[in-house]
Design a protein around this ligand. Structure first.
Ligand code: ADP
Ligand code: MG
Length: 347
């Protein structure tokens, strides 16, 4: 029943604010992995290593060789709304980094036992900050950062109860890294679970972009993905679309090989998936799902990435142009084998 006497309005304690925010950002171990890998990539890492225990519930560590965090800034990194990535509204409209909200580390640390070890270039030693105690002490490490997250949701049993089996959580974590790996062939990734190497995607160096992408796609999604797809490359109205689109025969019953990126960020977007679907409408029948990996580049001023705390959605200022660009890019790409077959038949 409703309380008969109202309580006074009060500011919530910081810790509780972060825990509430964590409810939006951190759904499961894979959300932590996504945020930490985002940070590693934003720091310019060339190698990212993820280590997990019990599907990430007991332990997640993400280690990178990026720019690192200076000793004095370690406590700031954990504060809510503290970021090195934007400083004003103009920056927000032109943001190209994965992060910018400055809430992931604070949110994650509020529902776990977190620590950060880091060493930037030019600093004599690495430092380790323990989030809970605030203890900061020197430690050994090369340049880069390791974030360690233990006992996720230990303080929020309601959330912990929703977690699935370790294997399911692990699969989600691997998918989170896979999404990053498909966007960044020049970065090496490794995932360990319970001390065993689960996946390793080596950095592709010295290859032209299209070749690098094809190699990474083959590595991550399998040789078949590349063998059964054609290169997409088209640019119109300031919207670039590259990647690969599966031939109609490669379509699957599940939409599990549909990857879409906007300015390097993995997104789920209705405009793009509808555009892709329409590109296949004449060649694909029934419920079959096309396979594709599409990378859209667009002026950041023409999109809004600040729609959802997890940034998995974007809003396009001109979604019709994006729809057309994607549709035409795939149609052009698919026309290549069609034209070749027609030419062969005519001989
Ligand atoms: P955001 O990524 O939105 O800025 P986060 O809470 O994820 O917010 O991180 C806060 C800040 O901590 C970042 O802006 C960055 O300066 C620093 N940081 C976090 N992770 C790393 C990392 N792996 N390497 C270097 N700096 C990092
Ligand atoms: Mg971040």
């Amino acid at each position: 029943s409703a309380p008969s006497t109202r309580r006074p309005i009060r500011d919530l304690p910081d810790e509780l604010i972060s825990q509430i925010a964590a409810g939006e950002v951190v759904e499961r171990p894979a959300s932590v992995v996504r945020e930490l890998v985002d940070n590693a990539l934003d720091a310019g890492a060339t190698q990212v290593t993820v280590r997990l225990l019990a599907g990430g519930v007991r332990l997640i560590t993400v280690e990178d060789d990026g720019a690192g965090i200076p000793r004095d800034e370690l406590p700031v990194a954990l504060r809510r709304h503290a970021t090195s990535k934007i400083a004003d509204l103009h920056d927000l409209e032109t943001v190209v980094t994965m992060g910018f909200r400055g809430e992931a580390l604070a949110a994650i640390a509020s529902v776990s036992e977190a620590s950060i070890h880091s060493r930037p270039a030019g600093q004599d030693s690495a430092y380790r900050l323990d989030a809970r105690s605030g203890e900061l002490r020197p430690t050994a490490r090369n340049q880069g950062t390791t974030v360690e997250i233990k006992e996720l949701f230990f303080s929020t049993p309601a959330r912990r109860k929703f977690l699935k089996s370790d294997n399911t959580e692990l699969a989600h974590c691997v998918e989170a890294v896979r999404r990053h790996a498909l966007a960044r062939p020049e970065v090496g990734f490794a995932i360990w679970h319970e001390g065993k190497l689960v996946e390793q995607w080596r950095a592709v160096v010295g290859a032209a972009p299209e070749e690098a992408l094809a190699r990474r796609l083959a590595d991550v999604l399998g040789e078949d993905f590349v063998a059964q797809s054609v290169a997409v490359q088209r640019s119109s109205a300031g919207i670039g679309v590259i990647g690969r689109a599966g031939v109609p025969d490669a379509a699957r019953s599940r939409a599990d090989h549909q990857y879409c990126y906007v300015n390097g960020r993995f997104v789920r977007d209705k405009v793009v998936s509808h555009a892709a679907r329409s590109a296949y409408e004449d060649v694909l029948h029934g419920q079959k799902q096309p396979i594709y990996a599409l990378y859209i580049t667009i002026d950041p001023a023409r999109i809004d990435v600040n729609v959802h705390p997890t940034k998995i959605e974007v809003r396009f200022r001109d979604s019709r142009e994006v729809h057309q660009a994607v549709r035409h890019a795939i149609e052009d790409a698919l026309a290549v084998p069609r034209a070749a077959a027609a030419a062969a038949a005519a001989e």
